[in-house]
Structures are given as C-alpha cells and as structure tokens.
Design a protein around this ligand. Structure first.
Ligand code: MOS
Length: 748
C-alpha cells in the first residue's frame, strides 16, 4: 500500500484503543524477568559453548604475532578463531571498521580473537593466556587537532547557504559568536550486545539483541559471504539500544564464526569493559554558532558549523540539522566537517545530530536573549517560521531551489516548503505557563534557597519525523485471535503495545484478543527501531496489513470491504452483522502488506517540535548541580499511547541530563582509546538525579505523516534538554559554560 493521499477519516480515529494509555502488553514479562534476552535463550541451545572476545590492546597498528598455544591447552577450550583462520570475510554495508581485526588494527578493542570453551569461566581464563605482540603506529586521536584538516562530507551533510550570511552578520545590531564542545558519549544500555549462534548445515540462526533485524541479517550474510536467506536473525526483546544496536556488531559475527569452528552453538555477551571501544559511540563535536539580530530580537543572520571525527570512510555527526529548521532568518549558512580519527567508530546515538546540535544552538539562543535583554521564550516565538527557512539537506549545486529533492530520508533540499504541522509556539507558550516561567528572575544569581542558587532555563526542540517502508502480516486464526507478525523490534519503547493497539482498533477487537510477535527475520520486513521512525512506520505497516485482512474477512462474509465496519468483535455491513469469531471459525485468514511512503512526504516538511523547561539548584559553595524539576511539551502528531510515549520522553530527558552534567568518554589522546570504559567510571544519571519530570503532549494529528497521523517522539525528548540545563545553570549562577558536561569544576 502506498501512502499517497493525506489520511482522511479511518478506523484509527475512533481512538477506542489507539491513543489510550494502556499498559505495555509485554510489561509483566519485562517486570518479572520472563522476557528472555538473547543471552538467556537456554531453550534454543542448551548445549551452547561460551565465547570470550579478545579486543586489541592498541589504538592503531598491527599484530606482529599471536601465541595461542597456552590458551589452546587450557581446560575446556574447544576452539579459537582469529582473522587468520576465520576464512574469507566481507564487510556489512553499515560497518565502518572490520568487526574482526588483524593483522591491521583500526581501533582499540577491535575484536581480534574469540576463545570458545565449555564454560564461561574457562573461556575467560583461556583468553588471558593468549599472547599478542603488537606494533603500535601513530594515530589521530584528537578532534581539536584534526579540525583544520577536516573535510566536507558531502551528500546529506553538504553545506547550505541562503542569502548573504557574512554581510548580514557583520551589520547585525546584536551578535552572538560562540564555540561549544560536546564530548564522546557511550550508549551505556543495560543489556550488553549478546548473541547465541547455531548452525544447522549451511543455515545460520542468531538470537541476538539488535534494533534492525533486516539490516543485521543482511550485513551478517554479507560479512560471512553467504546468501541472506540462509541467515535467520531473532531479536524479540532488547534491553536498550539508543542506536548502539542499529548495526551488526562483533558479538553476532564472532558467535557465528565460533559456532562454526566449535561445531556447536556458541553464546557470547560483549563484556561491559569492551563495549565503549569495541562498538560505536556518539562522537565529540566542536560547534561554532553565530547569530545576528535586530534590537527587537528578529534574527537576520544565523550560522552553525560543526566538526566531528570518525574512522576513514566514516560519517560526521549531523549537528547542524535543527538550525536549518527552528528559526527564521533571511541570511544563513550551515557547514559540517569531518576529521579522520583513529578512535573507535562513531555512529548514531539517540537523536544523532540534533541531540548535540541543540546543545550548542539552544545555549546560543539563550546568549542572544541575554544580549538583547529579552525573554528567551519570547525570542524564540519572535523568530518562529511556518516554512522551512534553509535547505533541509545539503544544497544541491545544480539545484539550489531543491526542485530535485529526494525525500526518502527527509534530508532533501526544500527551503520554503511548509511544515505539515508546526506547533512550536504552542509548545513554548504552554510550557512557560505550566512551568511558572514568569517567576524567573532574568538577572542571574538572584534566587537563593538556603545554600542553593536556583535558576530556570529553557530550550526549543526539533527532530525530524521520517518514515520508512514497513511490512507486517496479520492473521485472524480459527479461534478468533488476531496475530500480528513483523520483524519490528521493541527496544523498550512499547512497540508490542502500539502495534497491538493498531490491530485491535482496525479489527474492532479488544487489545487482549491481539497477540503480537516481533523481532524475527522470518516475519515481514519492518522499519525497525531507529531515528524516531519506528513507531510511525511500523504502525503504518500493521495498518496496511489490517486493511488487507479486513478485505479478506469482508470477502468471506460476502460484503463490500468498503462498506464493512469492524466494531465490538462484529463485522457490520448495512443491516448485516456477523461475529468475527464466527467468520474465523471457517479457517484462518491472513492479510500481509507493506506501507510505502512516497511523493506525499515530499510535499511538506514533517517534523516534531517541543519545548523543555528545567529548574536547577547550584550549591553556592561547591557548585554541585542538582536538577530540581523538568517539563517537556511535545507536538508530535497523534500520540499512539500516552503512557509508552511518556516513558520514551522521560527516558530521553534523563539522557539529556546525563549529557548536560556527567556523561563523557575520556579520550587518551596519546594511545587512542576511551579510558572510562565501564559503568563505574562512565557516569549516567541515577534515580536520585532525576527528582521530578512532567511531559505534556499537545493534541495533534498530522494527516500528512502516516495513515495513523502519527510521528515519532522518543528522540524529540532529548533534543534541547542539555541546553535547558545549561541555561538554568547560567540563570542560577551567571556562569556560562560552553563545554559539556557541565561538571562543577567548570562552574567554580
Ligand atoms: Mo537511533 S540513535 O537511530 O537508534
């Protein structure tokens, strides 16, 4: 099914099930520990051996020699696999560095061997006996040093320019020109990357933890140089991803290689201490923001430049995207530069690009408000725009007006296009009212509560609302149960529940009559979970399959599908009414289809908008920062389930606090690795850091977005949060910190 006309009235609008704040249907399993993660699938491979991955001990160089003898003789050892005996390997399209390194080493903790033994302890002990002699070569490990040689990455990240920024900025009445830095960050999800791999002849099955089943399957097949249809990937429960599980990682590849060598199933969990350097991370950025305005607050010139680094053939952080969208301004430019670094691979982490970009832009806006003597909320309202003010992707050189734009990723040039829905001002106004923004004292450092200096800060938020093709199969079985099958994943987001709600609404049955099966490459290929596209896309796929199933049901009943309505377990057409169960009893019916998004999504710019408000206390003597309360107001299309959506947003807000105050991978710039590669030294917020969060969703449906009129919201929740914290700290203390995380030494 093609989504090519704006969604009109359809069964979803009833809102009997969709839009209700129902509990997660997998909630009991999760809360009781009976939703098995990949590593816990004892049922599928009771005889599994254990693999332990050895990571490279240098940041760049080569292996001179490996001595495996002692390890091979160690108790319980079954096999050891290295690049030398793994056979020919390809590389998945989405992997930058090789997942199995050697003899060349691309980055620290790149996997170089897996030791397989009867028990976990034996594998670990034997791995410690492997002797590797390295030859270290110099690497590029410092973004600040690599900044000058950084290149324009091209494609979506190409530079944009509208009007005459330099001239307009030079003549602006009020200016801000500041540089901000954000550090490397780690996803630090609870469940590590983990896989059980089993071969049956030439057929491979991996039970793993992955956000994108079809990407993982495709890239595993490509890496092993085998046909995709010989690989099955199963990932029904995922204990957090945040982008770290978008791609095939070493656990899955090494488990497959190990199982082949050991001739029996092998299970591997990446040890926590390997994760930050072996897998991916959010790259550090350096960002320069310049804004020029008239005395009345009207922005006349705005520029955002961002530098980040990655391994050769890698990609930059897209930190400038929101600056093309949020505020008006006739003269503008954005530029993205990529430095080649030999640190571990950079890649997506929750709201990649916008999360870091807002950290700079939204402090700069606060600085502009201060320079103008204007309220920060009013400044943002003053500069609202109902059309895209900049090119949304890079400006195509032969197509400056963006006529040839390809909308597949929402990253095409289309300056001047209207937004499908933009309730940014409403978010700002409602947030200010509910938070008590009028109590803010503009002059910093004026409010005391005992030893605490108290401050309020806010920020605007934008995140795209992309959609991608997503398929599903929905069956009505002979008992009258509705069974939804799609390879969509639930990474803690609530996918099971919203997909169940979609099917229940479409077929007029209660949610308890729907059974949802996810995360298996045997099921139709979905959008997967990433980029805030999962909820909107995968529910649209289930919608399409339900339309097909409704047709099959109507046909069996002998009525026109267009005239049939599905209500209270009945199918009705005119005066004719039959129980769904009765029709089902004649034998199972199946509907399968994919939703594809095409031309329609090019006609308008789809995005989600929000406003974040934060109150902090800063200890007047130690500069310890405590967040006291937070509010997010989100405009993100139809909210499919306010309970799961709220959980997404408060989780994102929590991550935003982490980014503001504590999260930082410390780079050893001589040896080239992240030093604090465990959860003891990579700090994330705990419950005591997050005392009070509120989330308000604006009433919104967006008929241009999907048939359900829905958008994603999970990643919107982090955009702007860290800047709101930084701005609150400034309001509390008068200290403007532009280098994250804002630790107390930077305030004192
Ligand atoms: Mo998201 S960072 O695309 O999982």
């Amino acid at each position: 099914m093609k989504f090519d006309t704006p969604a009109t009235t359809n069964p979803i609008d009833q809102g009997k099930v969709v839009g209700q704040p129902v509990d997660r249907i997998d909630g009991l399993l999760k809360a009781t520990g009976t939703a098995p993660y990949a590593y816990e699938r004892h049922d599928v491979a009771p005889n599994a051996a254990y693999g332990w991955i050895i990571g490279a001990a240098i940041g760049k160089g080569r292996i001179k020699s490996m001595d495996l003898d002692a390890a091979r003789r160690a108790p319980g050892v079954i096999a050891i696999v290295t690049a030398q005996d793994a056979g020919p390997l390809g590389k998945g399209r989405r992997n930058t560095a090789k997942l199995l390194g050697g003899p060349e080493i691309d980055h620290y903790h790149q996997a170089v061997a897996v030791v397989v033994a009867e028990t976990f302890e034996q594998a670990r002990a034997a791995a410690s006996l492997v002797r590797i002699d390295y030859e270290r070569t110099d690497g590029r490990f410092d973004l600040a040093k690599g900044r000058d040689g950084a290149i324009e990455p091209g494609k979506e990240e190409a530079d944009t320019a509208v009007g005459d920024f330099a001239g307009a900025f030079a003549s602006a009445e009020v200016k801000v020109d500041a540089t901000y830095t954000t550090p490397d960050e780690s996803h630090a999800m609870m469940e590590p990357h983990a896989t059980i791999a089993a071969w049956n002849g030439d057929q491979l099955t991996v039970w793993t933890s992955n956000q994108m089943v079809d990407w993982g399957r495709t890239d595993l097949a490509a890496t092993l140089k085998m046909p995709k249809d010989k690989v099955r990937l199963v990932s029904p429960f995922v204990g957090g991803g945040f982008g770290g599980k978008l791609f095939l990682r070493a656990d899955a590849l090494m488990a497959a290689l190990a199982a082949r060598a050991a001739r029996r199933p092998v299970k591997i969990a990446l040890q926590r201490s390997l994760m930050p350097n072996n897998t991916t991370h959010r790259p550090a950025t350096i960002q320069r923001v310049r804004i020029g305005a008239r005395r009345d607050g009207t922005i006349t010139a705005i520029a955002h430049e961002a530098w980040s680094g990655d391994l050769p053939q890698g990609e930059p952080d897209s930190a400038v995207h929101q600056t093309r969208m949020l505020y008006a301004g006739a003269h503008r430019m954005t530029a993205t530069r990529l430095a080649t670094l030999d640190l571990p691979e950079s890649n997506a982490m929750r709201a990649p690009g916008e999360a870091t970009g807002h950290m700079a832009l939204e402090i700069a806006m606060d600085e502009l408000a201060e320079a103008l003597g204007m309220d920060p909320v009013q400044l943002r309202i003053r500069n609202d725009t109902q059309v895209v003010p900049d090119f949304t992707g890079g400006k195509a050189k032969d197509d400056p007006q963006g006529q040839k734009g390809d909308s597949s990723k929402g990253g095409e040039p289309r300056a001047g296009h209207p937004f499908s829905k933009r309730q940014f001002v409403q978010c700002l106004q409602l947030g200010a009212e509910k938070f008590g923004w009028n109590k803010r004292v503009a002059q910093p450092g004026q409010v005391r509560d005992g030893r605490w200096l108290v401050g309020l800060g806010m920020a605007g938020a934008y995140r795209g609302a992309p959609t991608t093709k997503s398929a599903a199969r929905v069956r009505l079985d002979a008992r009258g149960m509705v069974i939804v099958e799609t390879d969509m994943t639930d990474i803690g987001t609530g996918s099971y529940t919203i997909l169940g709600q979609t099917a229940a609404e479409m077929l007029g049955v209660p949610l308890r009559s729907v059974f949802v099966r996810l995360g298996d490459s045997d099921f139709p290929v979905s959008s997967g979970s990433g980029g805030q596209f999962g909820a909107a896309s995968s529910t649209a796929g289930v919608y399409a399959a339900c339309v097909k199933l409704r047709e099959a049901i109507a046909q069996r009943m002998g009525v026109d599908p267009a005239a049939a309505s599905f209500v209270d377990g009945q199918v009705r057409a005119g005066s004719h009414s039959v129980a769904l169960r009765q029709l089902a009893a004649q034998g199972e019916l199946v509907g399968e289809d994919a939703m594809e998004f095409g031309e329609l999504s090019k006609k308008t710019q789809q995005g989600t908008f929000g406003a974040h408000f934060v109150e902090v206390g800063v200890d007047a003597f130690t500069a310890e920062v405590r967040v006291r309360r937070m509010l997010a107001v989100c405009a993100a299309g139809r909210i499919l389930n306010p309970k799961t959506a709220r959980s997404q947003v408060i989780g994102a807000m929590t991550m935003g606090v982490g980014a503001a105050l504590m999260e930082e991978l410390a780079v050893d710039k001589r040896l080239g690795f992240f030093v604090n590669h465990d959860l003891a030294s990579y700090e994330v917020p705990v419950h005591a850091d997050i005392p009070h969060q509120d989330v308000i969703f604006l009433d919104e449906v967006d008929p241009m977005a999907t048939p359900l009129k829905a958008k994603g919201v999970g990643e919107l929740g982090i955009c702007g949060v860290s800047a709101a914290v930084a701005n609150a700290i400034h309001n509390a203390t008068g200290v403007r910190v532009r280098d994250y995380p804002i630790t107390l030494d930077k305030i004192l």
